[in-house]
Design a protein around this ligand. Structure first.
Ligand SMILES: Cc1cc2nc3c(=O)[nH]c(=O)nc-3n(C[C@H](O)[C@H](O)[C@H](O)COP(=O)(O)OP(=O)(O)OC[C@H]3O[C@@H](n4cnc5c(N)ncnc54)[C@H](O)[C@@H]3O)c2cc1C
Length: 407
C-alpha cells in the first residue's frame, strides 16, 4: 500500500515512521528544501518534545475531548520509549518539560531522519502540494510540475503559525476541497500588545512574576514565570501561555486587561514593611534614587509616574503610608489594556483548524473522504506551552500513520 504524507513536520515525520513500520510504502511531500525545519526552532533550539504532566486539560479547541483517543493511543510513555529507541535520552527540566539531554533540537530531527531513511521512506522536498484529488480508490498528489499517486493520504501540513517555517495555512485549502470545514484560525502562544506610553523605555526588562488576564472583573487565565517587557508590550512564557484565552476574548469584541505582579512571593503588607524600613534608613535620598537596587533602574521613573508621583526628587523618607502603597499597587497589580497581539510570524501555535468532529477520533481518518487522514496542528487542537504541542503532533501523527496502514 502506498501512503503519501503531505508535510514533513513533526507530525508528518511521525506519521511516516508509523505507517512504514506497519508495512506501507511511504513518501513524504514537503514544500521546503528539507523536512523538519520547525523542529529545529522548538524550545529555543532545545526541543521541548513532551511534558511529564500530560493531561487533556492542557489542550484547547472546539471538540478537544475528541483528541483524547490519540493522546492515549500514543501517550507520554510510548513517546518517551519511541524516542529512547531512536537514541534520545530524556532530560526533564522545570515544570515537567522534557528535552533531549543533548539539549539540541537537531538531535530530535536527526534521529527521526535516520529512522525515515532506515525504513526507506522517500523524502520529496521542494514539492508544494497544490491539489489533492481522489478518483475511485486512488489519490492524486499534484504539485506545480509533477503528480504522484497513493492509496492513502495523511494531511500533516500544520496550521498558520510561523509561516516562514513552512506552515502558511494552505493545507486548509486542501482539506476544504474535500469538504472539511475550518474553524477560523487565530494565533496562540504569541506575545501581547499593550496600551501604554512607556514601553520603549522599559523594553528588555525581565523579571519573575505573575500575569493575569481579565475581562471586566472575570479572571480568564493566569500564569507565572519569566516576563519580559518589550517595545510593544509584553512577552515571556507566562504571557504566551495565557495568550490563547486572551485573544479568544478579544476576538469576541471584549476588552481584556492584564494585571502584572512583579513580586508574587511577597504580600502587599510584606512589601510595605520592606519599603518603609528601607525608606527610613535612606530617607535622605530622592524616591527615584531610593528604589535603585530594589527594582530595575529603568523601571523606577515609570513605576513612580504610573503611581501618580510628579516630583520624583522628593525625599523617600517623607513618603506617607498611602504614598508607599501607591508604589506597591503598581509593583503588585500593574494594569494594562491589551490592544492586540503579534502576528502569525511570531506565533508558536495555531488555535482553530479542521474540526475534530470531522475525523474519526480513534483513527483520525476523515469523515468526508475514505483513505484521507489528518494529523498535527491542521486539526483544531492546540496545547499549552511546555511540550504539549509536539506531543499532539507525535500522538496524532502516530495514530494516523498506524491506522492508515492497517486497514
Ligand atoms: C518557534 C517555535 C517554537 C516552538 N517550540 C515548541 C516546543 O518547544 N514544544 C512544543 O511542544 N511545541 C513547540 N512549538 C509548536 C510545535 O513546533 C508545533 O505545534 C508542531 O511542530 C506542529 O507540527 P505539525 O507537523 O503539525 O506542523 P508543522 O511542524 O508546521 O509542519 C508542517 C509541514 O508541512 C509543510 N507544508 C505545508 N503546506 C504544504 C504543502 N501544501 N505541500 C507540502 N508541504 C507543506 C510545511 O513546510 C511544514 O514542514 C513551537 C513552534 C514554534 C514556531
Amino acid at each position: 500500500m502506498k501512503t503519501a504524507v503531505i508535510g514533513g513536520g513533526a507530525s508528518g515525520l511521525m506519521a511516516a515512521v508509523a505507517a512504514a513500520r506497519s508495512g506501507a510504502e511511504v513518501a513524504i511531500y514537503e514544500k521546503l528544501n528539507r523536512v523538519g525545519k520547525k523542529i529545529l526552532a522548538t524550545g529555543n533550539g532545545r526541543c521541548n518534545y513532551t511534558n511529564m504532566y500530560m493531561s487533556i486539560d492542557r489542550y484547547h479547541g472546539k471538540n478537544v475531548k475528541l483528541a483524547e483517543n490519540a493522546l492515549n493511543f500514543f501517550d507520554l510513555d510510548k513517546t518517551l520509549d519511541f524516542f529512547e529507541g531512536l537514541g534520545i535520552n530524556p532530560y526533564v527540566g522545570e515544570l515537567g518539560k522534557v528535552y533531549p539531554s543533548s539539549l539540541q533540537a537537531s538531535s530530535v530531527l536527526d534521529v527521526l531522519r535516520y529512522e525515515v531513511k532506515r525504513l526507506r521512506v522517500e523524502e520529496i522536498t521542494d514539492f508544494e502540494v497544490m491539489e489533492l484529488r481522489k478518483n475511485k480508490d486512488k489519490f492524486s498528489i499534484i504539485g506545480r510540475d509533477a503528480a504522484y499517486e497513493a492509496d492513502r493520504v495523511i494531511l500533516a501540513t500544520g496550521g498558520k503559525a510561523s509561516p516562514q517555517l513552512g506552515s502558511d495555512g494552505k493545507g486548509y485549502e486542501l482539506a476544504k476541497a474535500f469538504g472539511h470545514k475550518i474553524i477560523e484560525p487565530f494565533p496562540a502562544l504569541v506575545q501581547l500588545k499593550l496600551n501604554g506610553k512607556y514601553f520603549k523605555r522599559i523594553a528588555g526588562i525581565r523579571f519573575d512574576g505573575t500575569v493575569k488576564g481579565f475581562t471586566d472583573k472575570k479572571l480568564i487565565r493566569e500564569d507565572e514565570g519569566e516576563i519580559l517587557f518589550t517595545d510593544y508590550g509584553i512577552s515571556g512564557p507566562p504571557v504566551l501561555q495565557i495568550s490563547r484565552k486572551v485573544i479568544e476574548e478579544l476576538n469576541k469584541g471584549r476588552k481584556v486587561f492584564l494585571c502584572v505582579d512583579m513580586f508574587p512571593e511577597s504580600s502587599k503588607v510584606e512589601l510595605y514593611d520592606l519599603l518603609s524600613r528601607r525608606f527610613n534608613k535612606i530617607g535622605y535620598k530622592s524616591i527615584e534614587d531610593g528604589l535603585v537596587g530594589f527594582i530595575n533602574k529603568k523601571l523606577i521613573p515609570v513605576v513612580l509616574m504610573e503611581a501618580g508621583f510628579e516630583n520624583l526628587q522628593k525625599n523617600c523618607g517623607r513618603l506617607n503610608k498611602k504614598e508607599i502603597f501607591k508604589i506597591i499597587d503598581i509593583l503588585k497589580e500593574w494594569k494594562f489594556e491589551v490592544t492586540g497581539h503579534n502576528t502569525w510570524q511570531q506565533a508558536q501555535s495555531t488555535a482553530g483548524g479542521v474540526d475534530m468532529s470531522e475525523v474519526n477520533p480513534k483513527t483520525l481518518e476523515s469523515a468526508k473522504v475514505k483513505g484521507l487522514y489528518l494529523s498535527g496542528e491542521i486539526l483544531d487542537v492546540d496545547g499549552d506551552c511546555g511540550g504539549f504541542n509536539l506531543q499532539w503532533a507525535w500522538s496524532s501523527g502516530y495514530t494516523a500513520g498506524y491506522f492508515s496502514s492497517i486497514v
